[in-house]
Design a protein around this ligand. Structure first.
Ligand code: FCB
Length: 427
């Protein structure tokens, strides 16, 4: 890796440094959500058995018990030099039955957000991070247009009861990833495998965002509203193969841009990016569809999720949106690994690319590392470790890793030194 001209890579004044979590992955005991019932379903148990997996490792249970330990966790955020935090509200907690609001749970979230505020930490609040109330799924979930109305009603309630404590709203987390995982590949509840349903759900989610944007703007006027979009860096497998390039263009448009087109760029006050990996594509033999190359077989460095580590991709993805001229937040970026040295290297390398994008004219205003804690990674269960802080599965004891202290130093100094870049090169 080449040397950077400056001795110190400095981030803009007022840059936000934080970590991100999602309710279902950290809180524990979200007993009214569709994930909770799916994790315990016979279908799921059977599938895990067939794969020779231990069902216990794929049940969220008490998760990180963040629901009861949020004070301790926010002390960690503060101690870690972070000045912003992203978390999600669990819809199924605040509306466990259709139209019935649980005021105690809303009060709980008030306490959560107040605690961040007392520590001088900016609050980024996600309204929907993959999970749905069970009653909503029973009514057909996101395959039904009425879900849009329910979602907007929930957003309005949250804005009226918690809005004064929210600095930035994130309506939806990764709608594009959700429709693939839940309605196309069938890996997540409700485990559908239909392109038509996938498209329909994406339309409804776009509509939900558009309407939620309007509602949130009318209740909490000055608060920016956007989404967390999963961005993937695509590359053509064969340099001179036109079809490969066409597939890259199509995948890039559908993954990274389509949701903005469907929901309307005017309805996004900022661009929220979740970036993790790159994918190289080629045309599948005898098909018009794409096939991914297997980075693992090539001996490339991948994360424990099998995702190719490609720091330059975050730069590419950011530059792709440079013309849009909106504030940008990296709302998620992180790595599943048991090797914390690899995580430290990952952080430095990705931040270095974010810095280049800022220099290149992208108005990046903050970076949220995924995640604060080792948490419940959806269908992958407890195995992947994404946290800056380890959590003991029995005692819930939190133990900051080296990367936590590296991130603290970066956040406090609002910069990375060239020495850090060089030492990450050597790792
Ligand atoms: C993102 C999700 C987040 C987490 C990370 C690893 O796609 O938004 O909840 O699972 O991946």
């Amino acid at each position: 890796m080449d040397q950077i001209n400056e001795e110190i890579i400095s981030f803009p004044h007022g840059f936000l440094w934080g970590t991100a979590t999602a309710a279902h992955q950290v809180e524990g005991d979200n007993i009214h959500s569709d994930w909770w019932s799916w994790e315990r379903s016979a279908r799921r148990a059977q599938a895990l058995k067939q794969e020779g997996k231990n069902a216990e490792d794929f049940i969220s249970g008490h998760a990180c018990d963040h629901y009861h330990r949020f004070e301790e966790d926010f002390d960690l955020v503060k101690r870690g030099g972070q000045n912003a935090h992203r978390l999600s509200l669990e819809w199924s907690r605040v509306e466990p039955e259709e139209g019935v609001w649980d005021e105690k749970e809303i009060e709980h979230y008030r306490e959560v957000l107040e605690m961040l505020k007392q520590r001088g930490i900016k609050t980024f609040v996600t309204l929907w991070h993959f999970t749905n109330p069970q009653w909503l799924s029973a009514r057909g979930g996101w395959l039904k247009g009425s879900t849009v109305n329910y979602f907007v009603r929930y957003c309005e309630k949250m804005a009226r009861t918690l809005g004064d404590l929210v600095d930035v709203w994130v309506t939806l987390n990764e709608p594009g990833a959700y429709v693939h995982l839940s309605y196309h590949w069938g890996w997540w509840p409700p485990q559908k495998r239909s392109r038509a349903q996938m498209c329909l759900v994406l339309m409804y989610l776009a509509c939900a965002h558009r309407r939620a944007w309007k509602t949130l703007k009318s209740v909490t006027r000055g608060t920016p509203v956007g989404i967390a979009q999963n961005v993937i860096s695509y590359a053509a497998y064969r340099k001179h193969h036109l079809w490969d390039h066409l597939l890259v263009w199509m995948m890039d448009v559908s993954t990274n841009h389509l949701f903005y087109w469907l929901s309307g760029m005017k309805r996004h006050d900022y661009l929220g990016f979740n970036y993790y990996f790159r994918v190289r594509l080629k045309r599948r033999r005898g098909s018009i569809f794409a096939e991914q190359d297997s980075v693992k077989d090539q001996g490339r460095e991948v994360s424990a999720m099998g995702w190719e580590l490609y720091p330059h991709g975050i730069f590419d993805s950011l530059m792709d949106f440079a013309d849009i001229k909106k504030p940008v937040y990296i709302l998620e970026n992180g790595i599943a690994t048991d090797d914390d040295t690899q995580r430290q290297k990952f952080i430095i390398e990705h931040l270095r690319e974010v810095y280049h994008a800022i220099k290149g004219g992208v108005d990046v205003r903050g970076y949220f590392h995924w995640s604060l804690l080792d948490n419940f990674e959806w269908h992958e269960g407890w195995r992947p470790k994404f946290g800056l802080v380890a959590v003991d599965r029995e005692t819930f004891k939190r133990t900051p890793k080296e990367s936590f202290y590296l991130f603290k130093k970066i956040a406090e100094e609002n910069s990375i030194t060239n020495d850090e870049v060089q030492s990450s090169n050597a790792k």
